[in-house]
Design a protein around this ligand. Structure first.
Ligand code: PMP
Length: 302
């Protein structure tokens, strides 16, 4: 495995960061989880934009331009011979002293890892997930804004521990006011009477790249889409529910806190959006190995 680290491509064994790196000492940094499908890096521009927005919010200047960062992602895939991958791109505040002052960190650390993907079993997409709501509330936007994809993931990890203890693969997190925010690593959608709703990100959710792609796909299909504040009651009485995320893609949720959603099977609209999303992954994003691009442009190898 070859890793990009601060301007170099190095073998995994040499891809190490300092114990004085503030990403490690304080969770001071930003990251992206990105997917490559069939020779294309899906929604790469959106991920790079969010990375730079997150850094800006933390008053952190990324020392390379966006175009170069995109090339880092593509080249990391190339060096590892990967056409389908889960990519982790990380920018930390960099090496400083033991104090938390970011001014002591002259240069951010940048690394990019491209690995093969660990997928949810296909069964989860066919049968849907059984999830719970956890007692951990989402971080307050005025304290540690969930819209910033920072290395500070303890809030999500607390929630994930609760999900693990309950034996479920994902969990719903409410914000401090009790409104549905998102899942531990995914956004949430509900469908009621043909209308697709997801919470606005200001209530405490990441502006997911998959979320935005699904909203666009729904709109293109004439499905009404709204960003709306809602409660668990709305989830329990929804006709359909699903989660979205780079790793999970679009995944039906059929049981929440013991209540069946709809008839307890993935709904029609959810299935339509899963299919549409899978189609989109075949054609979206810059190509990793252009020489392999097929005449139809989909990376199918024909
Ligand atoms: N919410 C949280 C807290 C996440 O960590 C993620 C995954 N990065 C998402 C939502 C989904 O975002 P995306 O679709 O960009 O992966």
């Amino acid at each position: 495995m070859i890793i990009y680290l601060d301007g170099e491509f190095v073998p995994k064994e040499r891809a190490v960061v300092s114990v004085f790196d503030h990403g490690l000492l304080y969770g001071d940094g930003v990251f992206e989880g990105i997917r490559a499908y069939r020779n294309r890096v899906f929604k790469l521009d959106d991920h790079i934009d969010r990375l730079y927005d997150s850094a800006k919010s933390l008053a952190m200047e990324i020392p390379i331009a966006k175009a170069e960062m995109k090339e880092v992602v593509l080249e990391t895939c190339r060096r590892n011979g990967l056409r389908d991958a889960y990519i982790r791109l990380v920018v930390t505040r960099g090496v400083g002293d033991l104090g938390l002052d970011p001014r002591k960190c002259p240069r951010p650390t940048i690394f990019c890892v491209a690995a093969s993907i660990q997928l949810y079993p296909e069964e989860f997409y066919e049968k849907g997930l059984d999830v719970i709501t956890v007692s951990t509330r989402r971080n307050l936007a005025v304290a540690c804004n969930p819209r910033v994809k920072s290395l500070n993931y303890l809030n999500n990890i607390y929630a994930r521990i609760e999900a693990n203890l309950a034996g479920v693969p994902e969990a719903i997190i409410l914000n401090a006011d009790g409104y549905v925010a998102e899942a531990t690593g995914d956004n949430i959608f509900i469908i009621k009477k043909g209308v697709l709703s997801t919470p606005p990100t200001y209530i405490g959710a990441l502006e997911g790249v998959t979320r935005n792609a699904v909203m666009e796909l729904a709109a293109q299909r004439g499905i009404p889409v709204v960003e709306k504040v809602f409660t668990l009651h709305d989830v329990y009485i929804a006709d359909e529910c699903f989660l979205t995320g780079t790793a999970a893609e679009v995944i039906p949720t059929v049981k929440v806190d013991g209540r069946l959603i709809g008839d307890g099977r993935p709904g029609e609209m959810t299935r339509e959006l899963i299919a549409a999303f899978r189609e989109l992954t075949k054609v979206d994003g810059p190509v990793i190995f252009p020489e392999e691009l097929s005449s139809c442009g989909c990376g199918c190898g024909k």
